[in-house]
Design a protein around this ligand. Structure first.
Ligand SMILES: Cc1cc2nc3c(=O)[nH]c(=O)nc-3n(C[C@H](O)[C@H](O)[C@H](O)COP(=O)(O)OP(=O)(O)OC[C@H]3O[C@@H](n4cnc5c(N)ncnc54)[C@H](O)[C@@H]3O)c2cc1C
Ligand SMILES: *[C@@H]1O[C@H](CO)[C@@H](O)[C@H](O)[C@H]1NC(C)=O
Ligand SMILES: *[C@@H]1O[C@H](CO)[C@@H](O)[C@H](O)[C@H]1NC(C)=O
Ligand SMILES: *[C@@H]1O[C@H](CO)[C@@H](O)[C@H](O)[C@H]1NC(C)=O
Ligand SMILES: *[C@@H]1O[C@H](CO)[C@@H](O)[C@H](O)[C@H]1NC(C)=O
Length: 637
């Protein structure tokens, strides 16, 4: 069965400002440098390590780097994907080539979405050493202070609030400020190095060029009442900002978990990496995690399965889609599901796989600009105008400047719900808050998960009323057409569960349950009205925007909802929440130290621990989770 990959991919290409110019770039030849000991055969591994990290992705490679740097602990990383250093992962100019290489990613068909006309969505995450950071859209931003303070509040306090984790953002990311030329030719480019590190290998850098029409859009955003340009994309504020991309400015290649945390650590004899192998389960003695079982990634049976032991801890970093699969396959999860799958229960943890969330896009209101030509050139010119492309290539070859220095979109607005719906935000938030918390969760949801949703519902209603947290994101490319907004805090909740008929070899059952909660329609209807107002009532109107979808004839809430059911994509590849850091009474899976409740020697460090979505894309936060996890783990070593 194939997911509807092509239409989905096409939409993503639009969102992320991707063009088809890869063949025209000169990229240095493959050149192997030193790195962690790398194995491709299970029989070559040691029998025992202090730590085993499951999944060599964004957070996993960060944790493993930090755990091995002192030389005191031995660490094994097991990654299902391969080691890949070709241009598909290294190219940062104009795109996300890793995304286009289907061998570097999982692409799992979701469960048909009941409220999206039974459409199936491709669930896409990285499957390569480096994980999703090797295939992502390279956009770097971190969300609002309110997001992290909210996570802390679910526990009544602790060490995950904004002030406590800001040092980890600085540890994780080195900022390279924009060039004076970029600053002087673009509208309100602001940054402040106090929110960033100045050492470290993970780079956040700015392009050297922006398509001029982006500035027109930014000026228009600046006219929206109450909107400000934030002092930095990482200041934790809402508003409008230029954000950096994960690009190494010395080579203009993708900066991601592998070069930042794994390349060049060959002197660490305490660090082994096994690629192209899949962890099938954690092995317990009673309730203590003792090791993992693994097989070659290509295996279709358990016949060749091997095991390896961990003396101290096993850290699950397989990501939001696969961490719950491994937990459940190991007997840690909702007991009814485990029984159905004939898996002995090690720990009944109802929250494993529940609380699944992602950002949504393709929410309607697409625009073209009747007067775009001849004033502007945009991303499409890179492949439709040979002269423009040739000039761009010359500039890029000379000093990584020009349009090909753009790795991904680099400016966007991040608006609170009350900014976009000043007249209705209160009543919509009140109505949502008054909902019965169980009403729109899957039938049979455990009472602790319902209690967790109730806590999230209160927090989300407060967020909808707040001036300090963004719900609406208008991402811009500066092209002759622009897509609609991204929805940052959907209130519908889905799940990721093992397939009870085949927990290990069948992909997990992923159900976004998009639009299952009618409050999402209330909110998204306001999105559509605001997007129309933005194009009709700000200075952008002089370029004569034309709404191409759903079309100005669609005005009622029902009409907009019908359109969204037909087009909405409930993922921008930012899945979170399936092994939530929440109190146990709220259906949590890990505590604030990232330890799995009720078990010894098992923790989770990846995006699955985010209890709800930050108001920004998720890579910055995934690295921060890895950094903080390493400190928490070392503190209890
Ligand atoms: C196409 C795409 C575009 C994106 N664009 C952006 C963007 O522009 N900006 C942004 O901020 N965020 C973006 N993101 C999101 C961001 O990259 C992720 O949130 C983040 O990288 C997730 O990190 P993680 O450590 O949780 O998981 P991952 O980095 O996905 O790591 C999980 C790893 O576990 C491995 N694994 C899974 N199962 C097993 C198993 N059974 N055994 C062994 N290994 C296993 C996987 O192969 C993978 O390497 C994007 C993501 C994608 C996929
Ligand atoms: C990956 O390839 C780049 C060139 O594209 C090279 O500079 C780098 O050293 C390579 N890394 C490894 C680990 O081989
Ligand atoms: C979706 O599928 C279900 C189950 O097959 C069916 O009952 C329902 O009518 C379908 N909905 C739509 C909109 O096609
Ligand atoms: C193509 O690009 C060149 C160079 O930027 C420009 O002068 C020309 O007007 C463009 N042609 C069209 C048809 O847009
Ligand atoms: C790149 O080189 C061109 C031509 O020498 C120069 O005008 C431009 O300022 C340079 N840009 C950067 C960012 O160095």
């Amino acid at each position: 069965m194939m997911a509807p990959y092509n239409s989905f991919q096409a939409a993503l290409v639009g969102l992320l400002c991707l063009s088809g110019v890869s063949t025209s770039l000169t990229v240095p030849a493959f050149d192997s440098i030193s790195h962690s000991q790398i194995f491709e055969r299970g029989e070559d591994l040691g029998a025992e390590y202090d730590y085993i990290v499951v999944g060599g992705g964004t957070a996993g490679l960060t944790v493993a780097d930090r755990l091995t740097e002192s030389g005191r602990y031995s660490v094994l990383v097991i990654e299902i994907g391969r080691y890949e250093n070709g241009t598909s992962v290294t190219t940062a100019s104009q795109g996300i080539y890793g995304f286009l290489d289907s061998t570097l990613q999982f692409n799992i068909p979701s469960v048909p979405q009941a409220d999206l006309n039974n459409r199936t969505i491709g669930v896409i995450v990285g499957k390569v050493l480096g994980g999703s950071s090797a295939v992502n859209g390279l956009q770097v931003m971190r969300g609002q202070k309110a997001d992290y303070d909210r996570w802390n509040k679910y526990f009544g306090g602790g060490s995950w609030g904004w002030n406590a984790i800001l040092p980890y953002f600085k540890k994780a990311w080195r900022l390279y400020p924009p060039t004076p030329e970029f600053v002087s030719t673009n509208y309100k480019v602001k940054w402040n190095t106090k929110y960033w590190g100045s050492v470290g290998k993970l780079a956040a850098s700015f392009p050297k060029y922006a398509f001029p029409f982006q500035n027109e859009l930014l000026k228009a955003m600046d006219e929206i009442p109450g909107v400000k340009f934030a002092e930095d994309s990482g200041s934790g504020d809402v508003g409008v900002w230029w954000h950096p991309s994960s690009v190494d400015p010395a080579t203009w290649q993708r900066s991601f978990a592998r070069p930042a945390h794994w390349d060049g650590v060959e002197t660490r004899s305490n660090y082994d990496t096994l690629v192209s192998h899949k962890v099938t389960k954690v092995i317990f003695q009673g309730t203590t995690a003792k090791g993992v079982q693994y097989i070659p990634a290509s295996a279709t049976t358990l016949a060749g399965a091997r095991t390896v032991r961990a003396k101290k801890e096993i850290i699950l970093s397989a990501g939001t889609i696969h961490t719950p699969q491994i937990l459940q396959a190991s007997g840690v999860g909702p007991k009814a599901l485990l029984r159905q799958a004939n898996i002995p229960v090690v720990k009944d943890l109802p929250g494993v796989g529940a609380n699944f969330q992602d950002h949504w896009f393709q929410l309607g209101a697409q625009y073209t600009f009747a007067k775009f030509r001849p004033t502007f050139q945009g991303p499409n010119d890179l492949y439709s105008n040979a002269t423009f492309l040739a000039e761009a290539q010359a500039q890029f070859a000379q000093n990584f400047s020009g349009p090909l220095s753009i790795a991904s979109g680099s400016a966007a607005g991040w608006f609170p719900f009350r900014t976009i719906a000043p007249d209705t935000y209160k009543s919509i938030a009140d109505r949502y808050e008054a909902q019965n918390p169980a009403a729109y969760l899957p039938p049979g949801t455990d009472k602790t998960v319902i209690a967790g949703y109730q806590a999230q519902k209160k927090a989300t209603a407060a967020l909808l009323r707040s001036k300090d947290a963004a719900t609406y994101n208008l991402f811009i490319r500066g092209d002759e057409s622009e897509g609609g907004p991204v929805y940052l805090h959907p209130v519908s909740r889905g799940f990721v569960n093992i397939n009870p008929a085949d927990p290990i070899f069948a992909p997990p059952l992923v159900d976004y349950r998009a639009l299952s909660n009618p409050a999402d329609i209330d909110i998204l209807y306001e999105f559509t009205k605001f997007t129309r107002k933005f194009y009709a009532e700000t200075s952008i109107k002089k370029w004569e925007p034309v709404e191409t979808a759903p079309g100005l004839g669609v005005t009622t809430k029902d009409g907009v909802a019908e359109y969204m059911r037909a087009t909405l994509t409930p993922s921008v590849f930012h899945p979170v929440g399936t092994a939530s850091m929440l109190p146990l009474k709220y259906g949590g899976v890990v505590d604030q130290k990232l330890k799995v409740y009720g078990l010894k020697g098992l923790s989770v460090a990846d995006a699955s621990v985010m209890p709800d979505l930050p108001g920004a894309y998720t890579q910055e936060t995934a690295y921060v989770i890895g950094e903080k996890a390493a400190d928490l783990i070392k503190a209890r070593a």
